[in-house]
Design a protein around this ligand. Structure first.
Ligand code: SAM
Length: 249
């Protein structure tokens, strides 16, 4: 785990990855991901605004926040800057992403900790219960059983009034993964005009081979099965490819 005093070391690692090929891969992929953020192609910017409203209207008290698979934290940093956050913990496997996150979170008026770790296991060693656990565009990499196990861990890590929010790719009820992927490809091929043909081919290959979407009903049921007292949908992206779910402890 790296605390504030060692963020400079993380930033240093970000510019000095020993394996040059890994750095090139990160830079290429991150340059493409930056385009997604810039144009909000995945609507995760809007999802952060929905989170911001939820924190103000529903939580309305100071909170300890955990951001799993935080990436560069560029969207969430805007939310944290204006919220009564008591602490922010960001977790990601990528040191260069955490170095960018450190910069983006510099204006947050609370202790910020960035941890280079796997989001699916990091909560096991948590010392302090969290009020809010947030994950965006990453939980879908786990199989259904893994998602359930992970959600059980989130429930254990939360304070009694705590909540878990997940913004993830979501099939319509009754829609199979192949049908979702066809719809995804049709929409995104048309909309993601800032990507080169090669970048688009790589992005859709990743979605087709790595992403394990659930239907809206399955996402909700997983939360209930994990022990959350309620599960509800807070937001659906305009293209109906991604949804934000709220689970209460
Ligand atoms: C699509 S980005 C999402 C970043 C951010 N949550 C957002 O919504 O913009 C996925 C991020 O998950 C991270 N990641 C992937 N697998 C992970 C894992 N098992 N544990 C921690 N981070 C992981 C990647 O390094 C990357 O930063």
């Amino acid at each position: 785990m790296i605390g504030e005093e060692t963020m400079a070391e993380a930033a240093q690692r970000g510019t000095a990855v020993p394996d040059e090929e890994a750095l090139v891969i990160f830079q290429n992929q991150w340059d493409v991901y930056r385009k997604f953020l810039q144009h909000d192609y995945l609507s995760n910017g809007v999802a952060c605004s929905v989170l911001q409203r939820f924190l103000a209207d529903d939580i309305a008290r100071p909170f300890h926040f955990i951001d799993l698979a935080c990436g560069d934290a560029s969207g969430i940093a805007k939310v944290m800057r204006d919220a009564p956050v008591e602490s922010y913990l960001g977790v990601d496997l990528s040191a260069p992403a955490l170095a960018l996150a450190a910069d983006n979170l510099a204006a947050v008026n609370a202790p910020v900790t960035l941890t280079e770790a796997d989001f699916s296991t990091v909560l096991q060693g948590l010392e302090q219960p969290a009020d809010i656990v947030w994950i965006s565009l990453s939980l879908h990499h786990l199989e259904t059983d893994g998602k359930l196990e992970f959600m059980r861990g989130v429930k254990r890590a939360l304070a009694p009034q705590g909540v878990f929010l997940a913004y993830e790719p979501t099939c319509r009820d009754g829609e199979t993964r192949p049908a979702y992927l066809e719809r995804f490809d049709e929409i995104c091929r048309r909309e993601w005009t800032a990507l080169t043909a090669h970048e688009y081919a790589e992005a859709i290959h990743h979605v087709r081979t790595c992403d394990l979407q659930e239907t809206a009903t399955q996402w909700l049921e997983l939360g209930r099965e994990a022990g959350f007292t309620s599960a509800e949908e807070l937001y659906c992206s305009p293209d109906d490819l991604f949804r934000l779910f709220l689970y209460r402890h």
